[in-house]
Structures are given as C-alpha cells and as structure tokens.
Design a protein around this ligand. Structure first.
Ligand SMILES: [Zn+2]
Length: 307
C-alpha cells in the first residue's frame, strides 16, 4: 500500500493505493492552505491516518508516501521558498513535518511537478518523453519533462511560468513584480471578471465547476481570452523547448474547449511554425486529480526504492 497527498492553495486530497496504482480509498477537503501551513499539514496527516485506519491496516504497511505542495522547493536545502508573503510556508521542511505527524517517511515535491508525474504515469502524457504539464489554477506553474526526465533547474525553481512578464501588463503580482502572467490569466482573475459583470449565470466559486459555467457565451469569451494570454507564454516555451505535448491541468486548465481554443490559437499564431506543428495540446486526463495521482506515482517509486 502507498499513499499520495496533494496539498493545493485551497484543498487537501489524499489517496491510498496499491503499488500497481489502483486507488483503494480517496478523500478531498476544502482548506485555506496559504497562511496556515501547520494546520494544513495537520489536516493532511489526519486524512492519511483516517483513510489508512478505515482499511484496518497499520501505518507500517504503508510502503511509500509522497506529497505535492503548492510552493517551490529549494533543492539545495530541501526547504520551501514561497512566492509572496506566506510566512508560515517560508523555509519549512515539509517532508520532515509530514513525516513527524504521520510516523513514516514522506517524499515531497512541488505540485506542478507532481501533476506531470501523474499525467505521465496514468493520464494524457503516457509514453511522452518531452512535455510540459501546466497547472493553471489560482497560480500558474509548470512541470517540465525533458528527454524523459523531470527538469527542476539549478535550485528547484524551474517552471514558475506564472511569473513570466507580459508586455503591456502592469498588475501587481504576489511575487512583487508587475505584469506577471498570473495577474492576467488565472482562476482568480477569471473569477474577478465574472464578479465585475454580475451575471447570475457566472456565480462561480472555488469548488464549483468552471466547465459547467463555460457553456455561458460570456463566460466562454472570458475564459478563451485567458487561454490566449496563457498560450502567448506557452508559444515561447514551444519555440524554445520544442515539446511533443502540453497538458493543461488545474481548475482553469481543465475547464474545457474555450480555454483549449485560446491556448491553441496563440501557440499557432506565435510559436515558431515547426514547433507549433510538433506540439499536441491536451487537457489533463485525470482532471483535478493529476497532482494527487502524481503523488501516488512518486509514492510507488519510493516503495520500489526501499524494497
Ligand atoms: Zn509574479
């Protein structure tokens, strides 16, 4: 048995699975994670203990545990380095903190990287050696798989595409810079635009389904425009890295055709032609479970290493 944990900005999810990846039990709860790291880690550990306990199995039967967290990790120290002012997440050894609470070792990675692992093992990127997984949600991050390997960069901060600067944008970003991609295209921005229009059909809140709302033509336009802006940045990544696929995940990334069309339009308009033709743009097959299933895949890996 292995356990995968997915901690997002607004939720905590846990899956208990067999070492072949078959999920035995799963739980998900809404949680305001950003300013309460201690409480979030407590809640994640409790959810693990209750799901494992429900199966009448001792924690010692758990062969591997992996967790994705919504924060970059500094590979040189193993500690978190949050973007923006989230003091409770600064310099935290999340693996150690979870291990202390659960009583078993816990392997930790950034959530977008977990999403890439999930889609590669169980979803839309199976068999793919060069692809970019994009988690487009409240923030926007990417997990890079290049030549069959996850690429983390020199210190682990690779893939933070939400903080690429957009020409002409002036919005203040949580990272302190002006005009980052996240300030124009994110679930938070889409929600703000819905609120501004005050249309009853656009009553979207976290936990609701953006896919259901995107059938509204006004909502579809707003979401397509977000896709175009996101696609503008992804087009440059295609020109630079020549990936075989881009997998769109997260609440915004999986919201459906309007978002996908916007991304495709910009990539075909702005990426160098051979790279635009080479890339297949797909919606995450695992929906909002890419990160959770990536944590399961990593937990299986940990179990194999220990065996
Ligand atoms: Zn930023």
């Amino acid at each position: 048995m292995v356990v995968g944990i997915d901690i997002g900005h607004t939720h905590i999810a846990v899956a208990v699975a067999r070492t072949d990846g078959q999920v035995l039990a799963e739980g998900r709860e809404a949680f305001d994670v950003d300013d309460r790291s201690g409480a979030a880690l407590d809640a994640a550990a409790q959810l693990v203990q209750s799901l494992v306990g429900d199966r009448d199995l001792p924690m010692t039967d758990v062969l591997g545990i992996a967790a994705g967290i919504p924060c970059p990790l500094d590979l040189t120290t193993g500690r978190t380095c949050p973007l923006g002012d989230h003091p409770t997440w600064a310099g935290l050894d999340a693996g150690e903190e979870l291990a202390r609470r659960i009583g078993r070792p816990v392997h930790v990675n950034n959530d977008a990287e977990m999403g890439a692992h999930g889609e590669r093992r169980f979803g839309a990127a199976r068999g793919c050696r060069d692809f970019i997984y994009v988690k487009a949600s409240h923030g926007i991050g990417a997990g890079l798989v290049l030549n069959g390997e996850v690429y983390r960069g020199a210190t682990g901060a690779a893939g933070e595409i939400g903080h690429v600067q957009l020409a002409g944008a002036r919005g203040l970003c949580r990272c302190g810079n002006l005009g980052c991609l996240e300030t124009v295209a994110s679930i938070t921005e889409v929600q703000r635009e819905f609120d501004e229009l005050r249309l009853p059909g656009l009553a979207y809140r976290a936990g609701g389904s953006l896919a259901a709302i995107s059938v509204n033509p006004v909502a579809a336009r707003i979401i397509t425009e977000s896709g175009r802006v996101l696609g503008r940045v992804l087009a440059d990544l295609c020109t630079f890295l020549n990936p075989a696929a881009i997998v769109l995940g997260g609440e915004l990334g999986t919201s459906g055709q309007p978002l996908l069309s916007g991304v495709q339009e910009s990539i075909h308009r702005y990426a160098l032609s051979p790279t635009a033709h080479a890339v297949d743009i797909r919606i995450a097959q695992l929906g909002l479970r890419s990160e959770l299933m990536g944590a399961v895949a990593q937990a299986i890996q940990q179990a194999l290493i220990r065996a």
